[in-house]
Design a protein around this ligand. Structure first.
Ligand SMILES: Cc1cc2nc3c(=O)[nH]c(=O)nc-3n(C[C@H](O)[C@H](O)[C@H](O)COP(=O)(O)OP(=O)(O)OC[C@H]3O[C@@H](n4cnc5c(N)ncnc54)[C@H](O)[C@@H]3O)c2cc1C
Ligand code: SF4
Length: 484
């Protein structure tokens, strides 16, 4: 069982993944400076579970084995569990200021448990039993699982079966007594390199012409036929420069990768949906609802770090006394806490499914995510306002260390003389990281598109808003209901 950071890194030393980055296949990824910050961020999900101050939040009692497990592998058994998940994500956001990569898997488990249970009840299949057996192993070994939903999708106007290339959505290409073979790709995979397992799910609702695309299954992350291509992030090569300041967040960072499945064999015991196209849509919706709510935990956690950095830079630059600065900081707090409030509300309004696993409130989950598509951008805008132009014109760390210009930079780029220039340098780099650098991928663009672009939430809101009931309230108050 993986318990410590060292166990986690050792588990990866035993894996043989094919990873491409900058046009080359990596020989090893554990010690690669581009990958290390991501592994450090995931390792925090193990380290905090061992910390007596946080163990209660980071662990739960397994509904499958009755044993203590890491909460990232838990099936939520109550609204308290849903709330604790959000609190755990905020804590991890505060401790890493980046994506800690384990929530997509956790949200996938909770969606798959509910939907496979429903499938078994209606179809007489045994997918839920299979899935729970698999999950018990994940819990027992404390594994990191990548939730792989998003297909490349090709021409968005066309359904999977209408695409010029049928592989643009991942599909079953063969089936025999031992299992199935899948081909395709999954895009934007959060923490793919940090994962031990990949949990594949369909990307959208499907018709009876698209049965081969209705597939959910688990694959070891280093299975034969899997290729990873590491995604670039803004300012990513600063990690290769050898310094500690210009990266902004030296210890932690997230990553995404494209995963290509070149005819990967999956034994039946790891298959949890195989052509039952009529359940693809509800699986996507439930996963998305859980993950949309997750952002009400992690983004406010990262927001706390950004707000803290802005508060500090205002003090260092001598603007903290100004009423407009104080008001802008209050506005950042207001936006940040609104996201958290939404995440908590969706959790408190959760409800039990037939399988016993708790579902999140769909309407409030989508409200959470729609706010997440906007508020971090506004928080980032205010951060850049208060930070000033040096945020984007500051010379490099190497210049600060140069024998001739270094002292000049320290002289001219100082803020308030109570603070060394390096404080200003470090805090501006952190704000840069989170608002336009590598950290902005997780804090901003992922807030826009992760778990579905804003229109996907609007479609759900239109469906869930129950406008007829609202209209009936109005008609009654206006004295019109009797006359209709
Ligand atoms: C940083 C990051 C991390 C992610 N992590 C994961 C992960 O771990 N696992 C995972 O499975 N996925 C992950 N995703 C994927 C995420 O769910 C998708 O980005 C999201 O669903 C949008 O899909 P897309 O990127 O293909 O954009 P598109 O779907 O192409 O959307 C782009 C725009 O086109 C619009 N659009 C799309 N289709 C149509 C249409 N038919 N008609 C009209 N307008 C349309 C959208 O509304 C949007 O405005 C991640 C994404 C990001 C950015
Ligand atoms: S974006 Fe947030 S919710 Fe999603 S995996 Fe990263 S930290 Fe978790």
């Amino acid at each position: 069982m993986i318990k410590t950071k060292a166990d986690f890194l050792d588990s990866h030393r035993r894996m043989h993944k094919r990873i491409f980055m900058f046009g080359e296949e990596l020989e090893s990824y554990i010690d690669h400076p581009m990958v290390q910050p991501s592994l450090n961020a995931v390792a925090m999900t193990y380290e905090l579970a061992l910390d007596p101050a946080h163990a209660e939040l980071l662990t739960a009692e397994s509904s499958l084995s009755g044993k203590p497990i890491n909460r990232f592998t838990h099936l939520h058994q109550s609204t308290r569990d849903l709330v604790d998940k959000i609190k755990m994500q905020r804590l991890l956001g505060q401790c890493t200021a980046c994506c800690f990569q384990r929530c997509v898997g956790m949200d996938s488990f909770n969606a798959l448990d509910v939907i496979t249970f429903q499938m078994d009840q209606e179809l007489g299949s045994s997918y839920n039993q299979r899935f729970r057996k698999y999950l018990a192993q994940v819990q027992g070994e404390n594994l990191v699982v990548d939730g792989a939903m998003t297909d490349p999708k090709g021409n968005r106007k066309l359904s999977p079966s209408q695409q010029a290339d049928p592989d643009l959505h991942l599909r079953i290409v063969n089936e025999d007594e031992q299992g199935i073979t899948i081909r395709g790709a999954k895009m934007h995979q959060t923490g793919a390199i940090s994962a031990h397992e990949i949990l594949v799910m369909p990307t959208r609702s499907l018709s009876d012409k698209e049965k081969d695309y209705a597939v959910a299954c688990a694959v070891p992350a280093d299975a034969d036929g899997i290729i990873y291509v590491y995604g670039r992030q803004a300012s990513d090569t600063r990690k290769l420069e050898g310094g500690k300041i210009d990266v902004g967040n030296y210890h932690f960072g997230g990553h995404e990768a494209l995963i290509i499945f070149q005819d990967v064999f999956v034994p039946w015991e790891r298959v949890f949906m195989s052509r039952e196209y009529q359940y693809a849509g509800s699986l996507v919706e439930l996963f998305a609802a859980h993950h949309r709510t997750s952002y009400g935990g992690c983004k406010p956690g990262v927001g706390d770090v950004l707000i803290g950095a802005v508060q500090a830079i205002a003090r260092i630059q001598g603007t903290d006394h100004a009423s407009h600065i104080q008001d802008k900081l209050v506005e950042m707090v207001h936006l940040n806490e609104t996201l958290y409030a939404c995440g908590l509300a969706a959790s408190y309004e959760g409800n039990p499914s037939e399988s016993g696993t708790y579902r999140i409130d769909y309407l409030l989950a989508n409200i959470t995510k729609l706010n997440v598509t906007r508020f971090p951008y506004e928080i980032a805008r205010i951060a850049q306002d208060i930070a000033g132009g040096l945020l984007v014109t500051m010379p490099s760390e190497k210049d600060f260390n140069h024998p001739e210009v270094g002292p000049l930079l320290k002289k001219y780029l100082v803020g308030s003389h109570e603070y060394p220039t390096e404080w200003r340098q470090r805090l501006l780099r952190l704000i840069e990281n989170l608002t336009i650098g590598a950290g902005s991928i997780g804090y901003l663009v992922e807030s826009m598109h992760g778990a579905g672009s804003p229109m996907a939430q609007r479609i759900m809101l239109a469906r869930l808003a129950n406008m007829e009931t609202k209209e009936s309230y109005a008609l009654k108050i206006a004295g019109l209901s009797e006359t209709n």
